[in-house]
Write a protein that binds this ligand. Structure first.
Ligand code: COA
Length: 161
């Protein structure tokens, strides 16, 4: 596969997008010419926010990055990568557990797309504890989550309570 533009994909459930995700997107928007944020299905999780809402939140949170686009996809990540002609797969890493999990996923995905290159991006100390599950849990108990999610989506999050 030959690409003039360096394109990467950053996939996740983004239920919702958090400051942890945005930190990764900010870094990779500098490293790559184009970033596709793919809101995907993780069959082990059931989403609180609809697919449209999750894409809308990603788009709003990333509006400041001109080379970042968002899409929703229900199939296998490797199939989306092939159809979009993207070989770089970015994964955010918080700790050893994430690394172990992601390295297994990389092996599995490589079986179906050997040209895929996985790029692990470590997250900052201050975002290490943030997860979408934590955000949803705090929302459930009526807590303010505005410090954990991009400020651009604070209103959308409040509406969804
Ligand atoms: N970067 C990424 N995630 C971060 C993060 C960071 N810097 N900091 C925190 N996190 C959190 C996320 O919020 C998420 O939290 P949650 O578990 O509370 O939802 C978690 O870390 C990441 O979860 P993970 O399970 O690694 O990813 P995901 O659920 O967001 O996305 C998919 C997984 C969608 C990429 C994967 O299921 C997929 O590729 N699906 C498509 C089908 C497919 O191809 N399956 C693979 C078959 S081999």
């Amino acid at each position: 596969m030959k690409n003039d533009m360096k394109k990467c994909i950053f996939a996740g459930t983004f239920d919702p997008i958090t400051n942890g995700h945005k930190e990764i997107i900010s870094k990779i928007s500098e490293m790559f010419d184009e970033v596709l944020v793919a809101v995907c299905v993780n069959r082990a999780k059931s989403a609180k926010f609809s697919a449209d809402k999750r894409v809308e939140m990603v788009e709003k949170a990333c509006a400041g990055y001109k080379n970042v686009k968002a899409t929703y996809y229900e199939g296998l990540l490797v199939d989306l990568m092939k159809s979009e002609n993207i070989k770089y797969n970015v994964r955010g890493i918080r700790d050893e557990a994430d690394y172990l999990y992601e390295s297994r996923m990389t092996l599995a995905n490589s079986e179906f797309f050997p040209e895929m290159v996985t790029v692990y991006v470590p997250c900052n100390e201050k975002n290490k504890f943030i997860s979408s599950t934590l955000v949803r849990e705090l929302m459930y108990y009526g807590k303010d989550v505005s410090e954990l999610v991009p400020q651009e989506i604070a209103d959308l999050i409040k509406e969804s309570k």
